[in-house]
Design a protein around this ligand. Structure first.
Ligand SMILES: [Zn+2]
Length: 184
């Protein structure tokens, strides 16, 4: 989670959801983060689609899946896969403190102002993966002489390069195989 928090430096959903009066927001945090990256992906470089789709989540969380929109960037309704969700206990009441707080975060002027940077779906994930690769070979808690440090970095680079184009592991249903990671 820490990594996501860094990416969302100007997006304080985490802090807002941490407040007791907004606790109803907590189950939505992972969904909203995923929704954010999804919006970036489908925006396909279109700077109007991204905020329009993003704002749609404000309706979705209140169990409203079609709405009136002032712009025509998207069809003002949820995408099909969202509609299939059936988690009745999660819905927020429109105008409740949690929903108000979410509105405030999602429509934050500075945040919306920076959204266009994401419309091309570029993020630093790949660089972070590489950095973690270096840490595996060159853990920070040990001291190295310079040649050893250098060699270990080269090794990390080679290792990364060899594995980077490998296809993702799929399960028998053709879905990505994911597993939980635990920190040391
Ligand atoms: Zn919806």
């Amino acid at each position: 989670m820490a990594k996501l928090e860094r990416k969302f430096a100007d997006f304080n959903l985490f802090q807002v959801a941490a407040e007791t009066r907004n606790k109803d927001l907590r189950p939505w945090v992972p969904d909203l983060i995923n929704h954010f990256w999804h919006c970036c992906q489908i925006a396909n470089g279109n700077e109007d689609v991204l905020p329009a789709r993003w704002r749609g989540a404000l309706h979705h969380v209140t169990n409203v899946h079609e709405w009136i929109s002032g712009d025509d960037a998207i069809e003002p309704k949820c995408e099909l896969e969202e509609l299939e969700e059936k988690e009745d206990d999660k819905w927020l009441e429109a105008g409740s403190p949690a929903h108000e707080a979410l509105t405030h975060v999602m429509l934050d002027t500075r945040f919306l102002h920076n959204l266009h940077h994401y419309a091309d779906f570029r993020h630093t994930g790949e660089l972070e993966t590489f950095h973690e690769h270096i840490l595996v070979n060159c853990a920070k808690r040990f001291a190295y002489t310079y040649p050893v440090y250098k060699a270990r970095n080269y090794l990390a680079g080679l290792d990364y390069q060899i594995h980077k184009e490998r296809p993702f592991l799929m399960n028998k249903n053709g879905e990505f195989r994911l597993h939980r990671c635990f920190s040391k």
